[in-house]
Design a binder for this molecule. Structure first.
Ligand SMILES: [Zn+2]
Length: 301
C-alpha cells in the first residue's frame, strides 16, 4: 500500500462545500481520459471470490471480547489497538507488517469517530490471488497484501499513478468497512449489500474535506480497468452478488459527478458518463448520502 487512508470524519455531508484539490481532480481527469495502461494481475473484491484457504484461516476465530490489557479470543496478538473496539492483528508473516502499520491511521479514524457494538479487527494476509473480504464470524476485515499490492501496480506508468492507486486501495478498504458496519451494527440493507458497501465508501469519501472525489474517480478507473480486462460479462459474473465491474465504474463516476457537477463537468463532456445517466446523478448521490447518514446515526460520534 502506498499510503494509508487519512483520518476522516464520515459524519460530514457531501453537500457541504468540498474543498477539493482542483489540481488533483484535473490530474486524475487527464489520467482517466488517457485510457488504460498496462494491467498487472489484480484480484479484488468482486473480481475473484475470497480465497477458501484465507477464509478457513479465520473460521476458527471468534470476535475478541474486549477487556483492558487482555488478548483477544482469536489468540492473535495486536499490532495496534485503539481506545475503542478497533484493532489491527499482528500479521503472521513479518513481511506484511509494513502494510499492517499503514492501516493505523485508518483504524484510528474509525476508532475515534465510530461507536461500534462489537469488536472490529484488521488482518493483513496473503490471499493467494483472492479478494479482500470481511469475515463476519471473527469480525475481521482481511486485507489481502497480494491483491492490494497488485492494485497499486495496476496504474503503473499512468499519469497520476500515485493518486489512482492510493484512491483505489482506500476505496476497497472502505467497501469492506461498509460490510463490517452492516454486520456489526446490524444495519438494515435493502437491495444488494455489495451496492450498499460501495455506497458507504462513496458516502464516507464525499464527506471528506478534500480528496474524496479523487478517490471515487480512482476506484471507478480501477473497475473500468477490470472490466476492460475481462472483456465480456459471463453468466457466472452476471449471476454474482456484485454489480459487474463496468456497472460499478459507471455508478462511481455518476456519484462523484453528482456530488459536484460543476467541478466534474468533464466527466460528461469527455464521454465518460452518458448524459442520460448524468442527469439523475445529483439526486442519486443525495439519496445514498441521506440513507447512509440515517443508518450511521448512533454509530458516528
Ligand atoms: Zn463486498
Amino acid at each position: 500500500m502506498n499510503a494509508p487512508v487519512a483520518p476522516a470524519r464520515p459524519a460530514a455531508r457531501h453537500t457541504a462545500p468540498l474543498h477539493l484539490l482542483t489540481k488533483g481532480i484535473v490530474a486524475v481527469g487527464a489520467a482517466v481520459s488517457m485510457g488504460c495502461g498496462p494491467l498487472a494481475s489484480a484480484r479484488v473484491e468482486g473480481i475473484a471470490p475470497a480465497p477458501r484457504a484465507a477464509i478457513a484461516a479465520f473460521d476458527g476465530r471468534r470476535p475478541a471480547v474486549r477487556a483492558e490489557g487482555e488478548r483477544g479470543s482469536s489468540g492473535a496478538a495486536d499490532l495496534w489497538r485503539g481506545s475503542g473496539r478497533v484493532r489491527i492483528l499482528e500479521p503472521r508473516n513479518p513481511a506484511h507488517r509494513e502494510m499492517a502499520k499503514a492501516l493505523v491511521p485508518f483504524a484510528t479514524a474509525i476508532d475515534k469517530s465510530m461507536e461500534l457494538r462489537g469488536e472490529l479487527a484488521f488482518s493483513v494476509a496473503d490471499c493467494e490471488g483472492g479478494s479482500p473480504f470481511y469475515h463476519p464470524a471473527s469480525q475481521t476485515i482481511v486485507v489481502c497484501e497480494d491483491a492490494m499490492t497488485a492494485v497499486g501496480r495496476l496504474f503503473a506508468g499512468r499519469r497520476s499513478e500515485a493518486e489512482l492507486s492510493t484512491g483505489a486501495q482506500e476505496f476497497i478498504l472502505l467497501h469492506e468497512l461498509g460490510h463490517a458496519l452492516i454486520h456489526i451494527q446490524q444495519l438494515p440493507v435493502v437491495g444488494r449489500e455489495e451496492d450498499a458497501a460501495d455506497q458507504f465508501a462513496v458516502h464516507y469519501s464525499l464527506g471528506r474535506e478534500s480528496g474524496g472525489l479523487v478517490r471515487v474517480l480512482a476506484a471507478a478507473e480501477f473497475f473500468g480497468a477490470m472490466s476492460d480486462r475481462s472483456g465480456f460479462v459471463s453468466d457466472r459474473e452476471a449471476a454474482g452478488e456484485h454489480a459487474t465491474p463496468r456497472q460499478r465504474m459507471f455508478n462511481l463516476r455518476c456519484w462523484a459527478y453528482g456530488a459536484s457537477p460543476s467541478r466534474l463537468e468533464w466527466v460528461v463532456t469527455d464521454g465518460l458518463l452518458p448524459e442520460s445517466r448524468a442527469a439523475r446523478c445529483p439526486t442519486e448521490v443525495a439519496a445514498l448520502d441521506r440513507a447512509w447518514s440515517a443508518l450511521l446515526r448512533g454509530t458516528v460520534r
